[in-house]
Design a protein around this ligand. Structure first.
Ligand code: ZN
Ligand code: ZN
Length: 156
């Protein structure tokens, strides 16, 4: 799916969600959705708010927060809690499955794709549970922190 097609599709999704919940179709909500779908990485709400301002869109921080909650509810974005970090989000529609490697020292989050693992999970039948999606977080030390921790002088 091309980027502009994807944006049109998610806008339609949002339109029907708003209609089903009898919520107003405010231009802010669509502008925020569009901004999110132009990003290729995780973001927190403050970063999103700054991006909106930078692109010349006047919107309040509260509107950004509310819209993000709304988009999580209608599953157009997903919310991540990477360790002790504040919540991060990423687009959820039509995205490739990936896992997150989280460094517990520097809080860096790296994405990895593992089709084999993904397929294994998809094929699982746990108590006839019907799996829609899943998230896998792996915690540890990134290479940089691993090297740094080895170099640390030992205090006596
Ligand atoms: Zn690290
Ligand atoms: Zn991700």
């Amino acid at each position: 799916m091309e980027d502009h097609e994807l944006i049109e599709t998610v806008k339609e999704e949002l339109t029907s969600y708003l209609a089903s919940k009898k919520l107003r179709k405010t231009p802010e909500r669509f502008a925020i959705l569009e901004q999110i779908y132009s990003l290729n990485e995780h973001f927190d709400v403050d970063t999103l708010y700054e991006l909106m301002l930078k692109s010349g869109y006047r919107v309040s921080r509260a509107t950004v927060y509310n819209t993000v909650d709304l988009l999580v509810e209608c599953r157009l974005i997903i919310r991540h809690q990477f360790g002790a970090n504040m919540a991060h989000y990423e687009k959820a529609y039509n995205t490739e499955s990936h896992h997150h490697l989280i460094c517990t020292m520097c809080n860096k989050v790296e994405e990895v794709k593992d089709d084999e693992l993904h397929n294994t999970i998809q094929e699982k039948k746990y108590n006839k549970f019907n799996l829609a999606n899943y998230n896998l977080y792996m915690y540890g030390l990134c290479h940089k922190c691993m090297v740094a921790s080895r170099k640390k002088p030992i205090h006596k």
